[in-house]
Design a binder for this molecule. Structure first.
Ligand code: BGC
Length: 763
């Protein structure tokens, strides 16, 4: 591309040229190059760089082009084709300073090919697999002219009522941090400047997953120790991995909205963590400072946000309208504006846009004829990743895998619903390209067996809920009710079940039920689906539940009544194939839960790495005055790290290379893992550590390492972990990361509950 612009420049063509070419002597020197731009920019042009606008909103296209050409916009989001982006970039390059814009989008779990949602990806416990999904997403998104994604979403959450729990990677700081790093590296590739890379903008900074009561946008109140120990590490991991951007959360933290929180954005993010990159507000968050009640008016909101350290304002006009006046009145120093502009230009520089503003847009002749062409999808990768994201929760009497013969009744509102396969934030994914379970099973079976299908129930019969779900931001209403009566639908399902050898019921949530602004008070299946399951159970036929959902659900009934339960989350474009692979044993499930499943909503929060208490509940000792809810068993229904396989694994006692660990030394902890079943399979060996006595209360255990291992039937392998002082560090009452001498317990298991233990001493 670039030679064409240079040619155009020298030959006097009217092709747009770039800021780089007008000041090219300094292009290789980033700080000097950016300073030279800032020196020559007017205040209005500077403020223009701080505006990130959504395309498709209220502003008509000609007006957008006009504002771009006037240098009043720094970046846009929500367009997903080169064809759409090219004229906008051309308009930006007609501006006086010829500064390119960047194009962003919510590429959260895939772009055109949709991978499993965050919880599903995390269930693989396989960083290479997760990286594969991120790399494919970057390749597809960059090929559509995108430069940046608002991802990864690394908010730790312990509250499944929160709909956005689906977007993150679960409850554990270590696992989520590992995934955060992996995703940033996958999106950004060798460098964010590479044509097939997109810049990662980690979100939502910070603590969004801890909104009170799991109600979206609610406040967060949290002790600094807990923040630093449990909730902040994943953001830090993303930043240490080089994330070019940070999206600031919508919630308040200890009384101060994140968007006006200079402790968060200046002291912690930039000073303590050394972040060098661009911060963006979340959608409309700066104007929300008025509703938070910390700003009297738009002018004050804009001042608070820029001074707190928000470089770009997303989808509101306050920076444009208010910053000029604030600077002229001396209420905001020009240095504050310049610093924000420097970060935005720096991010564009790092994206490679000054070197070639069209590096991801290319030339019109190369545009795909059909952006949704099959050839542009990465189905094999999606299927491979999705298979690893499935978690087998129950398998009584080896109900699964199913044989490919006889008659199978497939029922349930999610058995054949393409859009729900995709999950929320499905970027440019297209529902009709998603493989449903019905389609996946039909293909797997061919002529070998009869597959009967009946919907059996609507996802919900609650008209208010349907209205709400259809009111979310989709292109079209997507919860489409079957007009038949519940009784009629159940009767149809029962008729199919009666003819079948086994029933597969695909139940759970429509994708909008686990989404932004989709907080729930209940974790149960909606009554319409539970009634269907009750009726199916009455047939006495083997019942396999295939769950599709974006949060831990209450599964007491399923555990007690179903013969097998497979958690599939929202598994993406190839979900139907992947689930069929597992149902029929063409793939042996290996997923493990990245989050605890509480027994009931009343047990929230239920998380494995909880702090110790003075009166702990002791299993088998029913006495009063211990920490428990008395009407229900204590502890999760399914613990963190749990998941079955079609084979069985056994682990040996833990061996330690020494009973003590010298500071700056290392200790080896090892177990032997044996596949004692008849099939080859993979499992995840998990290493937890407990600090037995410390200056502050420490959790009962914390994940410190894990290894996914593939073992042939009968095979045994020794798995070794290396432990050092760093693994023993925690945040003390003075907020220092320290390892205190004393006794520690290593716990190794195939889930967080059933572990082998051994102690050692830190000297
Ligand atoms: C969400 C963000 C998202 C942004 C842009 C907001 O409503 O909170 O996660 O990146 O919209 O689409």
């Amino acid at each position: 591309m670039k030679w064409m612009y240079l040619l155009g420049l020298f030959a006097g063509f009217s092709l747009p040229c770039t800021a780089a070419e007008t000041v090219s002597p300094a292009l290789d020197d980033k700080p000097a190059f950016i300073d030279s731009l800032i020196e020559r920019m007017t205040l209005e042009e500077k403020i223009g760089q701080l505006r990130l606008i959504s395309i498709g909103g209220d502003m008509p296209r000609p007006r957008i082009l006009q504002e771009l050409a006037a240098g009043q916009i720094g970046g846009t989001f929500n367009t997903v084709t080169r064809h759409d982006n090219r004229p906008m970039q051309e308009a930006a390059l007609r501006s006086r300073m010829r500064i390119p814009i960047f194009f962003a989008y919510d590429v959260v779990h895939g772009h055109r090919t949709i991978f499993p949602i965050g919880l599903g990806l995390a269930s693989s416990w396989d960083l290479d697999t997760i990286a594969r999904s991120g790399r494919v997403a970057a390749i597809e998104a960059s090929a559509d002219g995108l430069d940046m994604t608002f991802a990864p979403s690394v908010d730790i959450s312990r509250d499944p009522r929160w709909g956005r729990i689906s977007e993150g990677f679960g409850e554990d700081p270590y696992l989520v941090s590992e995934i955060a790093r992996t995703m940033v590296e996958a999106y950004q590739g060798e460098s964010p400047a590479a044509p097939d890379s997109i810049t990662a903008s980690v979100k939502h900074f910070a603590l969004y997953g801890a909104v009170e009561g799991g109600r979206d946008y609610n406040v967060v109140d949290m002790s600094p120790m807990r923040m630093h120990q449990d909730f902040l590490p994943p953001y830090r991991a993303a930043i240490d991995a080089g994330a070019g951007g940070v999206m600031v959360a919508l919630n308040a933290i200890n009384g101060v909205p994140a968007s006006a929180n200079s402790w968060l954005l200046r002291d912690l993010l930039r000073r303590d963590w050394g972040f060098r990159g661009m911060t963006v507000s979340d959608h409309g968050a700066i104007s929300e400072l008025l509703r938070h009640g910390v700003a009297r008016d738009g002018r004050e909101a804009a001042r608070l946000a820029i001074e707190a350290g928000i470089d770009m304002s997303m989808a509101d006009s306050l920076y444009r309208d208010e910053l000029p006046g604030l600077v002229q009145a001396g209420e905001v120093e020009i240095g504050v504006i310049d610093a924000a502009v420097r970060e935005v230009l720096g991010a564009k520089y790092d994206m490679g846009l000054f070197h070639d503003p069209f590096r991801r847009i290319g030339v019109a002749e190369d545009d795909p004829q059909d952006v949704n062409a099959e050839s542009r999808l990465h189905r094999a990768a999606a299927r491979a990743v999705a298979r690893q994201s499935l978690v087998l929760l129950e398998n009584r009497g080896e109900t699964l895998p199913l044989e490919k013969r006889g008659t199978i009744a497939l029922v349930g509102p999610l058995a054949d619903s393409p859009v729900d396969m995709l999950g929320s934030w499905s970027a440019a994914g297209v529902a009709r390209q998603a493989v449903t379970l019905r389609q996946g099973m039909r293909e797997a079976l061919g002529d070998a067996a009869v597959l009967l299908h009946a919907r059996g129930a609507n996802v919900t019969d609650d008209a208010h809920m349907v209205d709400y779900l259809n009111f979310l931001n989709w292109d079209a209403p997507e919860v489409v009710q079957d007009p038949r009566s519940p009784a009629e639908m159940i009767a149809e399902a029962l008729a199919a079940a009666e003819k079948a050898d086994v029933i597969v019921a695909a139940v759970g949530e429509s994708r909008g039920m686990s989404h932004e602004s989709s907080s729930r008070t209940s974790l149960q299946l909606p009554p319409s689906q539970q009634r269907l399951l009750d009726a199916l159970k009455g047939t006495g036929k083997p019942l396999v539940l295939v769950l599709m959902n974006g949060r831990p659900l209450e599964l007491g009934w399923a555990k007690a009544n179903a013969d097998a339960v497979l958690e599939t989350w929202f598994s993406g474009t190839e979900g139907g194939h992947a689930i069929a692979d597992v149902l029929f044993g063409d793939y042996n499930p290996s997923g493990k839960l990245p989050i605890s499943f509480p027994r009931s909503v009343g047990q929230i929060p239920t998380y494995y790495n909880h702090l110790r208490v003075g009166r702990p509940f002791v299993e088998g000792k029913p006495g009063n005055y211990t920490s428990q809810y008395f009407e229900e068993p204590t502890g999760p229904l399914y613990p963190f790290g749990y998941g079955l396989s079609y084979t069985r694994f056994q682990i040996s006692d833990v061996r330690l290379s020494s009973a003590s660990l010298p500071r700056r030394g290392r200790l080896q902890a090892s177990v032997k893992v044996r596949n004692i079943g008849r099939r080859d399979g993979a499992t995840v060996v998990q290493l937890y550590i407990q600090d037995l006595v410390a200056s502050v209360i420490r959790p009962v255990k914390e994940l410190k390492a894990f290894r996914k291992v593939m073992l042939k039937a009968g095979e045994e392998r020794e798995i070794r972990f290396s432990i050092d002082e760093d693994d023993l560090k925690f945040v003390n009452a003075q907020l220092q990361r320290v390892a205190e001498p004393g006794e520690f317990e290593v716990q190794i298991g195939l889930d967080s509950q059933h572990v082998q233990r051994r102690r050692f001493e830190l000297q």
